[in-house]
Design a protein around this ligand. Structure first.
Ligand SMILES: [Zn+2]
Length: 180
């Protein structure tokens, strides 16, 4: 399985929004997909970091960041100010998919509480996966997480670009895609 139904769907709605020059239409279609992913089935076919990587990739493709007036990742200092310092210690090592999966697991746990902490600090509803994607705060959190993902991805696979690293994992390790 080189292709994931969910990734194909994200790419499709991203391309449609790009064509329409209507990034809001991407968010409207993303809402239910994002909700379904988080509701979770017992077996995930695409994991936390990879799923949100594609969510961001398509936001960028359809001009979403400009709609928000630009998206800047939160800083570590901001998370500390929210009362939820970044404390994920897991590190990926070269060629070791288990270590990358462990990192994904740890940062997802941290991220669940980050959603709550940001919601408390800003008054924005960050807990409804159908609608939190319409708030820039959601994207600022996930840009931060994506940057942390890239750091670990580079440790796991020092060659090429991040897009190529992701593609390689999705093509070569399809049975592991659900845990990364
Ligand atoms: Zn999410």
């Amino acid at each position: 399985m080189a292709h994931s139904f969910t990734v194909d769907l994200l790419n499709k709605i991203g391309a449609e929004a790009k064509k329409l020059v209507d990034p809001m239409s991407y968010l409207h279609k993303l809402g239910p997909i994002h909700f379904r992913w988080h509701q979770g089935v017992t077996v995930r076919r695409i994991g936390f970091l990879l799923f949100h990587y594609h969510v961001i990739d398509n936001l960028k493709k359809c001009g979403g960041p400009a709609m928000f007036g630009g998206v800047t990742a939160y800083t570590r200092a901001q998370f500390t100010a929210f009362g939820h310092s970044y404390d994920v210690a897991a590190k990926a090592s070269k060629g070791n998919l288990d270590s990358l999966a462990a990192f994904s697991h740890d940062i997802e746990g941290w991220h669940n509480e980050a959603h709550m902490a940001i919601g408390m600090a800003t008054g924005v509803d960050m807990m409804d996966a159908r609608t939190n994607i319409t708030h820039v705060e959601f994207w600022r959190l996930h840009y931060f997480i994506n940057a942390k993902f890239f750091q670990q991805l580079q440790r796991y696979d020092p060659s090429g670009s991040n897009a190529k690293r992701v593609a390689k994992i999705e093509q070569l390790h399809h049975s592991d895609v659900g845990r990364i």
